[in-house]
Design a protein. Structure first.
Lengths: 342, 342
DNA sequence: TTGAAAGCGCTAACAG
DNA sequence: CTGTTAGCGCTTTCAA
């Protein structure tokens, strides 16, 4: 069957008007009379007209599409934030084209290329934990393409940034722990060449210093943001008989890795070893025990990122990049709520 | 600064060849000599050429894009399956355009329209739990647009389907429970006008019947696939003093709702009330207690869906729709592993 | 092996 | 208010 898709020309012929008139009417252009607009629209509907965005965007030079690059999507944080970005972008009449880098810098680069080839009007990017070469991003900026970086941000100047207050959040959590009485505190940190690794570490370090608690080198590990880091590091410390009293995990997956290892070793949380992490999830409440955390308001991050991007897209000449930091708050559940020396 | 993007014409002029030659060379067309191809490619790279997919797709009438419509993405199942679809599709040199319906049929309809306007070559769809009007899908089929439905599938004939063996999985789980000694079994079911609601219920019912265990009407609820259903229904049963021994939850979120309610009421799982659910997650292992489930191999579903769609796209004339069912298996953890009368 | 002509479906600019 | 003319950047004939 495969009836050919109807196009403007078909509608125009049927009504004995020009293609331009139809095009304008369908877009509610003020040029066209109410009368005409109404008839054209009804005929278009009746004929089952579907606009061709490829053609529209090609000729208008605006795609009304936002490209998104995230390292993961089946992930507590990125799943959430992606969904929020869709919502806000759609609200603002933008389509979003999502790409997933799978924590792979090569793929990340390719994704950006693809998005550019699709002629997106702007990009929202969160980089992989492995990204070391930032030249792609630099090129983007040089080419004047509107970009907003969220959460995992490359160390570049003059870029749009939306992120949680990573330093402040970590500082808050560690201060809380120390006030409880904790002194043997470990930090399973992220890599130091990425902001969330760096800033969360700095917050940890500063809080320790301000409270005169020493930071032990063997209690600071640098292993990325996934379960494996939490699991492996915990196992190592256990074998070395150097378990701390509290572990501050750089992300929720890292904390989950700790839970895994602890269960395997028959250690009880929080009695034998206590944990707190950066980042909140619905399920943390149902873990055993419920996991306390530093909450970063995902929807605020998404909303600000979309807005910032739109601002940038609407004002590409002499645009000055902005940095927005979103406040965090502590959510205390079944961990890190009172100190009992191990 | 904003240096204009370079196009074929620029490369052609620089090399004193025609646009066509450049176009062909860049696509490795056999028309062009190895020599020429090499020079053109290197110059293109040097000039920072980025192909314009809008133009390319418009003129070639093939977009090499797959449209995906899912009800959610920040979700244990849909997040996973989306990521897998990206992987397989990219492997096959297709871009995927993801849209999220937010369990809203209106948005679902709009998403499909958008995807068609973007000229995707085919669609992978999982419908919302609220979708009652299936005419959009019927239109799609009539128009001969390649579509594959996954997991949540509308009741239509002659469509491509990839789903878990919902009936068999449920049957397996309930049989297991009955063999353990359970008789007072409730099913927090999904809506009955959608396959996963219907089939999982049928599996439950059949297993009960085959083992001569009565199905109590007040132990079968129909409340959708989210946490709220689990929570509300549990609360109601508790108030009515009609708690069963075991709850079979139609999805993992529903089971989570049960966990929530039980915790709030101070009831212990599995001692006071036992639970098993359809669908597996990484975190189930870390819940308290670890939640047993019927596992549906997500990546297999994704892979089959992409392959089926590509087959359909490559053979649009006289294509015969297929239905693929993926086997499930029981994963036993801390629930539904032995019967102790409550 | 290369290229000239035509056109994909639509919109912007201008004229009537 | 409506329509004509051009053209977006690329690919597909088809001729040289």
């Amino acid at each position: 069957m495969q009836n050919k898709p109807v196009k403007l020309k078909n509608i125009a012929e049927k009504l004995n008007v020009s293609v331009v008139t139809v095009s304008k009417a369908l877009r509610n252009h003020s040029d066209i009379s109410k009368q005409m607009t109404a008839t054209i629209k009804s005929v278009a509907k009746e004929m089952g007209y579907t606009p061709n965005y490829l053609a529209r965007n090609l000729s208008s030079k605006k795609s009304h599409m936002i490209g998104v690059v995230v390292p993961k999507v089946a992930h507590f944080f990125f799943g959430d934030i992606t969904e929020c970005i869709y919502d806000y972008a759609n609200e603002k009449k933008y389509e979003v084209i999502l790409t997933v880098s799978q924590e792979n810098p090569e793929k990340e680069k390719k994704n950006i290329q693809t998005l550019l080839s699709m002629q997106v009007d702007g990009l929202i990017i969160s980089i992989t934990q492995e990204t070391k070469d930032f030249s792609v991003f630099r090129t983007l900026i040089q080419r004047g393409i509107p970009v907003v970086f969220i959460d995992r941000i490359p160390p570049l100047d003059n870029i749009n940034i939306v992120e949680a207050d990573n330093f402040g959040g970590a500082y808050k959590a560690i201060t809380h722990a120390i006030n409880l009485g904790y002194k043997k505190i470990a930090h399973f940190a992220g890599y130091s060449d990425i902001n969330i690794g760096q800033e969360r570490f700095r917050g940890f370090e500063q809080a320790m210093k301000d409270n005169n608690v020493p930071v032990m080198p063997y209690w600071v590990s640098r292993g990325g943001f996934g379960e494996k880091h939490g699991y492996d590091t915990f196992m190592e410390l256990y074998k070395a008989k150097r378990l701390p009293d509290l572990i501050f995990a750089v992300t929720y997956p890292v904390a989950l890795g700790v839970y895994m290892a602890a269960r395997e070793l028959g250690l009880k949380i929080p009695e034998d070893i206590d944990v707190i992490c950066f980042g909140n999830t619905k399920v943390q409440e149902f873990l055993s025990p419920p996991l306390s955390c530093i909450n970063q308001p995902v929807s605020q991050i998404a909303q600000n990122a979309v807005q910032l991007l739109i601002d940038n897209m609407n004002n590409r000449e002499n645009y000055v990049p902005k940095k927005i930091e979103i406040d965090t708050n502590l959510i205390l559940r079944g961990t890190c709520i009172n100190f009992n020396s191990k």
